[in-house]
Write a protein that binds this ligand. Sequence first.
Ligand code: WTA
Length: 680
Amino acid sequence: MSTAGPGRDVPEAQIAVHWREEEYYYPPARFIGQANASDPGILRRFGEENFPECFREYADLLDWDAYWHTTLDTGNPPFWKWFVGGRLNACRNCVDRHLPTSRDKAAFIWVPEPETEPPRVLTYQELYVQVNEFAALLRDFCGIQQGDRVTFHMPMVPELPVCMLACARLGVVHSEVFGGFSGMACGDRLADSGSRVLVTMDGYHRAGKLSDHKAKADEAVQVADKLGQQVDKVLVWRRHPGQYVSQTPMVEGRDFFVDDLLPGYRGRRVEPESMPAEAPLFLMYSSGTTGRPKGAQHRTGGYLSYVAGTAKYYLDIHPEDTYWCAADIGWITGHSYIVYGPLALGTTSVLYEGAPTHPDAGRCWRIAERLGVNIFHTAPTTIRLLRKLGPDEPAKYDYHFKHLTTVGEPIEPEVWRWYHEAVGKGEAVIDDTWWLTETGGFLGATLPALQPMKPGSCGPGVLGIYPVIYDDEGNTVEPGSGRAGNVCIRNPWPSVLQTIWGQPERFVELYYGKYCRDRQSTDWRDWPFLCGDGAVQAADGYLRILGRIDDVINVAGHRLGTKELESACLTVAEVAEAAAVPVVDELRGRVVEMYVALNPGLEPGGELETKVARAVERQIGPIARPKKVWIVPDMPKTRSGKIMRRVIAGISNFADVGDTSTLANPEVVDAIRHLVQSRK
Ligand code: WTA
C-alpha cells in the first residue's frame, strides 16, 4: 500500500473482515414519506457552488439575538470564523424558546439503574427552572463569570445537561470529563483548562454496583494542584439527594453538596448572555498522543447550527418522536446528539444510567418498549455485545424503531444486518455516522430518505462536507480506485473545532500541517482538514473508514492515546519500555494489548502483568485496561531506537509483520511470536 493508511501501523488489510461491498439497501416508503429531507433539491442547495451560504439553512433553525453579517470569514486561516457579527445564547435556543409551545413536554426521560426505580421526566419547564437555579449558584456562590471554564466529572444523570446548559446560559465554557475516567485523567484536564470549580457526583449505578465517584474528585484536585491549578470549590451532587453514598470525606470550605445549596437559589432567574457566535461554548478533551491533553474548543453559533441541522436531517428527529442516543454525554456524541442538537430541535430524549447488558441483554429493548422510543442511536461495540448476549431478545419486545443510527467505529456488515433485521425488524433505516470529537458533528452518513444504505460504509460526505482522499504526497486518490489513503475534508464547516485550547500551533499542525498548500493563502481551498482516518472511497462516493492513522487506538468507540497508555505502564518501577497495540476483538472492535520489557536483570513473575494492567486502569480509567499484558525480552526496534509497534501488532493479530530486516534486533521478533502465539 502506498499510503499512510492503516497499513502503515497495523496491517489492517490482512486482519479486516471481508466486506461484501456495493450492496445497497433502500429506505422503506413509509420512512421516505415522513422524512425531514425527502426532496433531492437539498443536495443541490448544499452543493459546492452554494458554499458557504448553504449553511444559513442550518443557522436559520436557531433564534439569533443579532443576525450575522458574514457567513464565513477566512481572513486568518485556518482559524475560520462562522456567522460573524451574529449573537445568540445556546441555552436560550435549547430551553427558553421552547417554553411557549412545549412547556410541559418532556425534554428528558431519565431511566435510572436499577430498573425498579421509575423513570424520571424532566419537562422543558423543569429544565428551565433547574438550569436557572444552577446558573445562579455558579455565578453567585462560585463567582464564575463569562469566559471562565468549569470542569464536570459527571455520570449519566439529568444533572449533567443541567450543568452544561447553566454554563452556556452564563457564557461560561464547560469541560465535561467522561465519568469513567480516573481522577488523574480528570486532574490533567482540570489543570489544562484552568478550571477553579469542579462539579461532580458522589456516586452512580452501573451494572449492579454503586461507585464511589467522589474519591476521584479528591485525586483530581490534587493532581491539578501539582500542575499549578488551584481548585477552589468542588460541587457535589448527590445521586440520592440528602443521602451521601461516598465513603470519602467532604473537605471543609472546598466541597459543597449541591442539593444543600440549591434551596438558597429557588426561583432565581438568570438572563441568558447574548454571546458572539464565535464565543467558545465548550471544551472536549480527547486522548492526546503525547504530554498535554488536547482540548478541542467548540464555538457557539456554528456548532449549535450544525448539530441542530444534522440532527434534523440525519437523525431525522421530529417534534413527536422519542429519541434515544445511548452514548455517554461525556463524549462528543452525547454533547452534540443528546444535549445540543436534539434540545435545539425541542426533542424528547431518553437518558439512561447503567449498562446496556445489565441486568440482561434485553434492557435496551425494554426501555424502548416502555417509553415508545422510535429513533435509537448507539455504537457498534454495543450492538456486537447485544447480538452476542441476546440475539433473540429484540423479538420479545413490542417497540417500533423507524430509524437506527451508529457511531464511533466501523460496523461490520454481519453486525449491520443483525441491527437491521433483528433490532430494526427490517423496517428501520440504518445510518452509520462517521465523525470525530474535533468535527463537532457528522462528516459522513447517508441522508436517510434520499441515499441508500451500504453496510460497511458510512456513506458520502454529509450536506456541505466535501471529502477527499490523499496519498502521502498529497495526490488525490480517485474514488473507485480501490486504494486507501488519508481522508480529508476540503472545506471548512460551521462545527469544526476552533482551536486546541491554549495550543494554537498544535492545532494548525495536527489538522492542517500535512496538506496545506500555501500557508499565506486565505482561500479555504488551500487548507484541507486532516481527519486522521484511513479510508477507501468507492466510485459512488461512499466512504469506508479503516481506522486511525495516528497514535490513537479506538477501543469500543473510545479514543486512547498509545503514548498515554505506555506512560501509564512506565509508572511501574520494574518496567523499562512499553508498547500499546490494537488487537482485533470480536466484540469490542479493537482492544489494547500492552507489551512491556523489564529493567535489566529482572525476571517476569510476581504478578507483574496485573500490576501493569492496574497501573493503566488507575491512570486512565477502566476502559483502558489492557486485555492482556505481555512481558517480552525486548522490543523490536529500528536502528534509530524507535519501537516498531507495527511489528508487534502484526504478531498479536497473527498477521504478516512486514519486512523486519531493517530492525536493529530482528531476532526478537521470533522470540515474541513464540511467546504470544503459543499462548493465544
Ligand atoms: C472513529 C466519535 C468508522 C474514527 C464521534 C474517528 C468511526 C474516531 C465512525 C473519532 C464510523 C467514528 N465508522 N469509524 N461511523 N465514527 N469513527 O473523536 O476512527 O471519539 O477518527 O468521535 O472514531 O472518535 P471520537
